[in-house]
Design a protein around this ligand. Structure first.
Ligand SMILES: *[C@@H]1O[C@H](CO)[C@@H](O)[C@H](O)[C@H]1NC(C)=O
Ligand SMILES: *[C@@H]1O[C@H](CO)[C@@H](O)[C@H](O)[C@H]1NC(C)=O
Ligand SMILES: *[C@@H]1O[C@H](CO)[C@@H](O)[C@H](O)[C@H]1NC(C)=O
Length: 450
């Protein structure tokens, strides 16, 4: 009934902007991996206008006291635990042995009737992305067609057709499917991609780009083996398409976008980054994800010469950084990064890095160092010399260090000066296994808890 296929009657308008040369590759000026074939976009009028509008949106989404958001997320974690032995309320809605220990999961995952109102998921996000509602205010749209043959005029029923619609849309999938993208999937504002109820993979083709968008949820899918797309003509909004340069092959690239929630994704082995968040994007939560088999995992801010990233605010919570990871979990620039209750079980070079004086609040994580005696240090300030980084606020609180792992702190302690005296202590890293055990894409069957 409520999942009746949403049909859009109006055909795409065809506004070709021949000189719209756009690309996301400019995000990688410093640590470039691929070769940018087109760079004219810097001067393209459409692109510049979109960038200016996006920056305004970022200024609005930015929280001028991020420690409030840090405290609030910690409070939610404590409350989720208290609920396990004190509150009987709502227990009947939890089924069997389903256990959800973190506050985001507790909000929906053990409810057998999640599919009856999928949009309730949008009430569950916490952290800097807490205002994200995705496609909650729109109709459902069912992806019935896994093909991606036309990136300018996509076929109704495809994922690409859905993400380009002008209004809010809650996108779900009719069946298990693997989608091989022919070009970057450019996701526009007010969308939810909800993979529950099907096994959905985006793999072996181009990746996802969230560009100049506000309010996007991507939930419960697998994204892996993403390769650089060649570029060419591609539609980037409902009423505009242009020529795009080759991209770098990120799993997800968040470019000049706000209010983004990426939850329960399983991601591995993409060509460039698993997730890159760049160009002043802010108000973002990455939670319950499982990352494996990858070198450059998470990039938050692409350039030391892009101070617009000062307004970047990201919560990274309840994720599992697993087998085969090398570095950048994350690698940060300028902004404010709350790294809470994640399980770091594998890395080869380092876990958390950054340049350009980012603020990194690491709380209640578990860090298990690799056997290599030269890779025990969690933190990496690249080649920046001590005098410069000693004032950067990189603090560790309640983290658990195993196998020789150590965190080199700098800047003010958490409870002094910039930080309120009464800040809420995080749940310690000893709880991390419980908080992250169900990370990654879940097999969610309609009528059963996930
Ligand atoms: C980039 O281009 C240079 C010169 O054309 C080439 O040597 C290099 O291998 C290319 N790099 C990649 C990642 O394609
Ligand atoms: C950005 O915001 C400023 C101040 O509110 C406004 O003057 C300007 O026109 C906005 N720019 C865009 C591109 O929306
Ligand atoms: C939950 O149980 C623990 C241990 O039994 C107890 O210390 C704590 O106070 C309980 N929480 C609540 C909210 O009752």
């Amino acid at each position: 009934m409520e999942f009746a296929k949403y049909k859009i009657q109006i055909p795409f308008f065809v506004f070709v902007t021949i000189f719209a040369i756009i690309s996301t590759t400019q995000a990688n000026t410093i640590e470039n991996i691929g070769n940018n074939t087109v760079k004219h976009h810097e001067h393209d009028e459409w692109f510049q206008r979109k960038l200016a509008e996006a920056y305004n949106a970022s200024l609005k989404a930015y929280h001028d006291d991020p420690t409030e958001v840090v405290d609030e997320l910690n409070r939610h974690v404590h409350q989720a635990f208290e609920g396990t032995n004190s509150t009987r309320r709502g227990l009947s809605r939890y089924k069997g042995s389903c256990k959800a220990q973190n506050p985001i999961d507790r909000c929906w995952r053990c409810k057998a009737n999640w599919a009856r109102d999928r949009k309730k998921l949008a009430d569950c996000v916490k952290g800097f992305g807490r205002r994200t509602t995705g496609g909650k205010d729109g109709p459902y749209y069912v992806v019935t067609d896994s093909s991606d043959n036309d990136v300018v005029n996509p076929k109704p029923g495809t994922l690409r057709f859905g993400v380009l619609q002008p209004g809010p849309l809650w996108i779900i999938f009719a069946a298990d499917m693997k989608i091989v993208l022919k070009g970057e999937l450019i996701v526009t504002s007010d969308k939810t991609i909800d993979g529950r109820g099907a096994q959905v993979q985006i793999a072996d083709g181009a990746g996802i780009t969230i560009q100049f968008a506000n309010n996007v949820i991507i939930h419960n899918i697998k994204i892996h083996d993403i390769k650089p797309a060649f570029g060419g003509l591609i539609r980037d909004t409902y009423d505009h398409f242009g020529i795009r340069g080759a991209d770098d092959g990120d799993g997800i690239n968040v470019f000049a976008s706000t209010n983004i929630w990426l939850d329960h994704l399983s991601m591995w082995n993409c060509r460039d980054g698993l997730i890159d968040i760049v160009k002043g994007s802010t108000a973002i939560t990455l939670s319950n994800n499982h990352f494996t088999r990858h070198d450059h995992v998470l990039l938050f801010g692409a350039s030391d010469t892009d101070p617009k990233d000062e307004i970047m605010q990201i919560s990274l919570a309840f994720n599992h950084f697993g087998k085969g990871l090398v570095q950048r979990m994350p690698r940060c620039r300028f902004g404010f990064f709350h790294v809470l209750n994640n399980d770091y079980t594998h890395w080869i070079m380092y876990a958390i890095g950054g340049t350009a004086h980012p603020t990194i609040i690491s709380q209640g994580n578990r860090f298990i160092a690799p056997p290599d005696p030269t890779a025990k240090m969690i933190t990496n300030r690249n080649n920046v010399v001590g005098e410069e980084w000693k004032n950067w606020i990189w603090r560790s609180e309640n983290d658990v260090f195993l196998n020789g792992a150590y965190f080199v702190e700098s800047g003010h302690p958490l409870d002094e000066k910039r930080f309120k005296k009464d800040f809420i202590k995080s749940k310690p890293g000893t709880y991390v296994r419980r908080l992250t055990r169900f990370a990654g894409q879940r097999r969610c069957i309609i009528g059963k808890s996930c």
